[in-house]
Design a protein around this ligand. Structure first.
Ligand SMILES: [Zn+2]
Length: 387
């Protein structure tokens, strides 16, 4: 079979825009990336299944997941990546985000490290096994919308497949096996009061006065959560709740009729997003009732659950040994909870640094590519070709 070079494949993927964004004007299809991957995978004898995601039909251009399998039977390993990138700030880029630039021992381009670069690594690792008889299947997954709604990962879990012994999510961890990350929830909290002349408070209901009490309750809740939960595996070892943005009112001499507060919560493994959200709502609902004004507290997108797998698990320890890096935790969310939900030992492990992700002039260091490929080959040997 003929597989293009790493640089050619990464160039094709970077040159195929696949931005996902909750803003419909910026959002793009991922089908171009899926097509390119499907072509290469078919050439490597994988059986390739492309599944449109129903929730992203219609106004969202159509998007799909790809699941490609070499070999069959139970067990085996999944190598998983997302096809989409975040939007970009054109003025801040020194090169074109959609043309691969090979400079200073780095490949520059949008998605180079997060995480289009993982696919050519996985394909080159898989290449040697295209003609082999595998004892257990090697599966490569490419998902949609990881950077926005996580609809692709969710859909895999809904469909109940693929299943394997274990899964690697190739997010950029600098080749550190990551066994846990925090959960994420972003909420908009709005209070609707009524306006009136500032000279007489009885002429209206002041939404900022009520929001002030809500903010006090949130800060108390944050302190209680920090006392209740702690995990020394994380750099910030407590759950966090950030008051990030407040919009309210229009004039000093009018009673403020509307206030919106945006907050970000980062939950530790073991904390349940729905339960925390319900508790938070209970605490602020009573304040809204006391101030006689409607309150809405809505997530911007479905919460991302915290993730943790056993640090002594076989895949964590295997990746640690092969990479020479101790297992660690990260502060960003992944599709880990969905793949873990399918019953696979799931670890986040990939080339590149998260420091370059979601940034102008994103790049992947050349020196990450060979070690990543070597480790993945050894993982395939271990899980797909038992002696
Ligand atoms: Zn990513």
């Amino acid at each position: 079979m003929t597989l293009p070079s790493f640089k050619e494949m990464l160039g094709t993927l970077i040159g195929t825009p696949s931005i996902s964004c909750t803003c419909p004007d910026t959002d793009q299809s991922n089908l171009g990336v899926i097509d390119a991957l499907a072509t290469w995978l078919v050439d490597l004898n994988f059986s390739v299944e492309v599944t449109p995601i129903p929730s992203l039909d219609g106004h969202r251009h159509g998007k799909a997941n790809l699941v490609a399998t070499l070999g069959s039977g139970p067990g085996g390993v999944v190598l998983s990546g997302h096809t989409d990138t975040v939007p970009f700030d054109e003025d801040a880029w020194q090169c074109s985000p959609f043309d691969i630039t090979d400079r200073d021992d780095r490949f520059y381009g949008l998605g180079s490290c997060d995480m289009k670069g993982f696919f050519p690594v996985a394909l080159r690792a898989a290449k040697d096994y295209a003609e082999a008889r595998l004892a257990a299947p090697l599966t490569i997954i490419a998902t949609a919308d990881e950077e926005s709604t996580m609809a692709g990962g969710r859909f895999l879990l809904e469909k109940g497949r693929p299943r394997a012994a274990c899964a690697i999510i190739g997010e950029p961890t600098g080749l550190i096996p990551v066994y846990a990350h925090k959960g994420m929830m972003m909420l908009s909290i709005s209070l609707q009061g009524s306006s009136g002349h500032s000279s007489n408070p009885d002429l209206g209901r002041n939404a900022l006065d009520a929001m002030h009490v809500v903010m006090g309750a949130l800060i108390s809740f944050r302190q209680e959560l920090a006392e209740r939960y702690r995990n020394p595996g994380f750099e910030v070892d407590i759950p966090t709740l950030n008051l990030g943005c407040l919009r309210a009112g229009d004039s000093p001499n009018r009673i403020c009729d509307h206030a919106e507060l945006q907050i970000d919560l980062r939950l530790l493994p073991g904390m349940d997003c729905d339960a925390i959200l319900a508790e938070l709502r209970r605490r602020i609902d009573v304040i809204a009732v006391a101030h006689d004004m409607p309150l809405a507290a809505e997530p911007f997108y479905p919460p991302i659950s915290p993730f943790e797998t056993d640090v002594n698990g076989d895949l964590v320890q295997t990746l640690s040994r092969l990479s020479g890096n101790a297992p660690g935790t990260v502060a960003f969310g992944t599709e880990g909870p969905f793949l873990q939900g399918l019953g696979m030992e799931t670890v986040v492990f990939g080339p590149g640094s998260i420091d370059q992700a979601h940034q102008p002039n994103e790049y992947l260091e050349h020196n990450q590519i060979e070690p990543a490929t070597r480790v993945l080959k050894q993982v395939i040997e271990r899980y797909c070709r038992p002696a």
